[in-house]
Design a protein around this ligand. Structure first.
Ligand SMILES: Cc1cc2nc3c(=O)[nH]c(=O)nc-3n(C[C@H](O)[C@H](O)[C@H](O)COP(=O)(O)OP(=O)(O)OC[C@H]3O[C@@H](n4cnc5c(N)ncnc54)[C@H](O)[C@@H]3O)c2cc1C
Ligand code: FES
Length: 285
């Protein structure tokens, strides 16, 4: 749906990062973790492309987005003020299922976040939520949903990677949910030094693969490393791709990704409607 939302607040959520809260009752009503909204940036020309931003949280009619200023669109979006109107299209994309080793590729939409999805009793599984940079944004909504469905906080672990401490976002928000946060920074300024896969590997070694589900969002090299791990150790994993988008609704083919069907045939998927979440083993890197 398309909704004219109203800015409730906009604040810093890290260096060059903003947390934007919008009054968006229509969008929130059907939002699921892992979905995104396509935002028309008010200050840009009305013909300018919308910008896709993950739903960081949705509840009580309030849509929360956390975004990093990287260019013209996000810079202009950071200039909105309370009371401004922001047109959003969404929720879009399939979203994360709670679990689903039995789910067919590109069918995450058919297995939305619910206790009945996949093989999943959320209370008996261990969840690794792995985010690179702003990729942690959709994982916050997912963490909240897992807890709501009954997963004990002790079974949910967040692995957040970035170049420096400034790139580790939402750590306090996750901690407030009671879930463990394992940061990793390339310069060693926060948490483990190196890639986010280092603390994740230690955690994976301590858990039986058939009881683990990895949910990830971030840059392609990180997702590829997780895809390879999932294949190696035989655990379930769901990977949310970050791709430049134009229409956001499957019409322009601007976001295609090569994927593999269950029979092994290669095909093309549209990240905006068939994804952005894909099961491990289905992306052709
Ligand atoms: C499904 C989805 C969810 C997203 N969720 C978030 C989010 O929650 N928070 C957030 O900060 N960003 C998110 N993004 C990325 C965000 O859409 C882009 O950063 C934004 O569109 C850039 O617009 P701009 O006009 O500021 O930058 P531009 O001027 O368009 O580009 C500036 C620089 O950013 C690069 N860039 C642009 N878009 C992307 C992209 N999608 N991925 C990687 N590099 C890109 C460009 O190549 C260029 O180097 C998401 C993207 C997708 C596809
Ligand atoms: S962005 Fe147009 S088809 Fe995906």
């Amino acid at each position: 749906m398309q909704e004219e939302t109203s800015v409730l607040s906009i604040e810093q959520a890290g260096a060059g990062v903003r947390r934007l809260r919008l009054a968006a009752p229509g969008t929130c009503a059907s939002a699921r973790p892992g979905q995104f909204v396509h935002v028309r940036v008010p200050a840009l020309d009305p013909g300018a492309m919308r910008r896709p931003i993950s739903i960081c949280d949705a509840g009580g009619g309030v849509l929360t987005l956390v975004f990093k200023i990287v260019g013209r669109g996000t810079e202009a979006l950071a200039a909105v003020r309370p009371g401004d109107k922001v047109d959003v299209l969404g929720p879009l994309g399939n979203g994360f299922p709670v679990s689903g080793p039995g789910a067919a590729p590109n069918s995450a939409a058919a297995a939305p976040c619910s206790a009945a999805a996949g093989n999943g009793d959320p209370t008996s599984r261990f969840y690794a939520l792995v985010g690179g940079g702003y990729g942690v944004a959709p994982l916050y909504f997912l963490a909240r949903e897992l807890l709501r469905l009954g997963a004990p906080a002790s079974r949910v672990a967040v692995f957040a990677g970035g170049r420096t401490a400034a790139d580790i976002l939402l750590a306090e928000d996750f901690a407030a949910l009671g879930v463990a946060v394992h940061p990793a920074t390339e310069d060693g300024s926060l948490g483990a030094r190196g890639l986010v896969t280092a603390p994740l590997d230690a955690w994976l070694e301590a858990h039986a693969p058939d009881r683990v589900a990895i949910y990830a969002c971030g840059p392609a090299p990180m997702l590829r490393a997780l895809d390879e791990r999932a294949a190696r150790i035989g655990c379930e994993a769901w990977l949310s791709l970050d791709r430049r988008m134009a229409c956001g609704i499957g019409a322009c083919l601007g976001c295609v990704q090569k994927t593999r069907t269950p029979s092994g045939t290669e095909t093309l998927s549209r990240v905006c409607v068939d994804g952005p979440v894909f099961p491990a083993g289905t992306l052709v890197w």
